[in-house]
Design a protein around this ligand. Sequence first.
Ligand SMILES: NC(=O)c1ccc[n+]([C@@H]2O[C@H](COP(=O)([O-])OP(=O)(O)OC[C@H]3O[C@@H](n4cnc5c(N)ncnc54)[C@H](OP(=O)(O)O)[C@@H]3O)[C@@H](O)[C@H]2O)c1
Length: 182
Amino acid sequence: MNITVLGATGGTGRHVVAQALDAGHRVTAVVRDPARLAVPPQEGLTVATAGLDDRAAVLQAVADADAVVDALGVHTSGPTTFRADTARLVTSVMRDAGVRRLVVLSASGAHSDGDSAPVRLLVKPVLGWFLRHHFADMLAMEEVVRASGSTGRSSCPRCSPTGRPPAGSVAGSGATCAARTR
Ligand SMILES: NC(=O)c1ccc[n+]([C@@H]2O[C@H](COP(=O)([O-])OP(=O)(O)OC[C@H]3O[C@@H](n4cnc5c(N)ncnc54)[C@H](OP(=O)(O)O)[C@@H]3O)[C@@H](O)[C@H]2O)c1
């Protein structure tokens, strides 16, 4: 498969890139700064430098993709629409490019399906208050993806954002946070 990874320099994106290459896929890693990409040059890896303000460059990066992984993220504790806005951009360029398979990263904290009672009644409400803006943006992002008609899934990152080896599947859906887009 040809897989385009947005946010390829991030804690999650770098693992997605490395694991996809290890699995024999061809990867286009979309980055703002190639020097920040932790994955070394190798066969199957193409690095595309594209800012999110350059729609034409993002479109070009997804044009030959069989699937897109959106591992973009922003660090903020205040109100944000970053994930919903970037999902709008990504699904829009995918539509123009005729690409339908998409994996996005949501957050298990934004969902409570399948949670145990202590997690649902205590942990998630506390976590949800501190991360309320982030979770609201995640839910808005999921709606954008659902409305786009893309075929794919929303997934909780299961790998370490710290650079340590991944603790589980990156692309598999989370037990409590899966929000299938179809
Ligand atoms: N890590 C977790 O435990 C966790 C848990 C739940 C949900 N999530 C979600 O999963 C996603 C990925 O998380 P992460 O921890 O891997 O994030 P991260 O390490 O902060 O990586 C974010 C990525 O997005 C890129 N990015 C940010 N702003 C950009 C912009 N304006 N233009 C282009 N690229 C931009 C960054 O590029 P640069 O390197 O150039 O800055 C980086 O590649 C996020 O949406 C996060 O909220 C993560």
